[in-house]
Design a protein around this ligand. Sequence first.
Ligand code: KG4
Ligand code: ZN
Length: 339
Amino acid sequence: MKILGIETSCDDTGLAIYDSTIHKAHHLLYSQVESHQLYGGVVPELASRDHVRKILPLLLALLEQANCSLEDIDGIGYTQGPGLSGALLVGTTFAKSLAFAINKPCKGIHHLEAHILAVMLQTTAPTFPFLALLVSGGHTMFIYAKEFGVYEVIGQSNDDAVGECFDKTAKLLGLDYPGGPEISKLAEHGDSTRFNFPKPMLNTANLDFSFSGLKTHVRRQWEEIESTKSNQADIAASLESTIVDILVTKTQKALKQTNLTQLVLAGGVAANIPLRKELNRMCIDNKVEFFNPDLEFCTDNGAMVAYTGYRYLAIDNHDDNLSIDVHPRWPIKQQDENT
Ligand code: KG4
Ligand code: ZN
């Protein structure tokens, strides 16, 4: 099967064609970063307009790259939520109209399920059940992935997501959007032991997080010191190591509580190298198998949606009508119960 994947939940237009016979995806991404950088964050209306402009030229380029035509496409997976409603509507309308035109089935995909399953595109992939630590710009959660399509959230942030904490701190320090990669680059030259930032909820029995206090603490600290490059780097390094420490400690706890022996790291923040390294080290110490997606499949992309679409369409699970509806807020649990 060749499945087209369409991702437009936020500020990246991601398209891919997943080919199940070779278990590989051709993918293309148009990043809107430059349009939003001016504003220090994503402007929803601009995001929708950019998706409208780019999606069709991107599809033509992808078909050429994958050396196939629309007749070769067996079905379409598209991100139906959660995300920005205007942005989701662009991808959903495009997907359903195309499915109608080529007379092929389509399936609305949960963005977080796609992030978790991105790891399946690796040569060594986990088998269900496993624990997923999902860390992105909008979510920070532990997910007990019981079987394909059945997910239970067993812990999450009570306030900011980790990616948001990186992004807001980057804005405070005058760095570009998105902030995670910028903070991480800067952190390489900083002293991670210089500031002792708080680690909220580190020792609570549950698997929840809180990051808003940490963000406020960092802001107060920054206001007290001179805005030099070296102070900036020390703040970045201290913040990054604090976040990594919180995530690793809580993940170890989640693994103990669930008795799961496989860990999947997913979402945009999974591209953070110190986080990948420290989780890997902790997993080795605890005899847990660690899986993370390729760097290009951590942040939003069409390949993860194409692959997830394939998993549903391969078992004949598809949308039963062509009405356009999106789920900007959409809890992840048993996927078919949600729709
Ligand atoms: O999954 P994603 O692309 O979009 C959402 O679904 O939210 O995640 C984007 C988030 C942003 O907050 C970005 O700053 C963060 O992922 N991010 C990183 C890194 N690369 C992206 N955070 C830390 N280190 C990175 N290398
Ligand atoms: Zn995402």
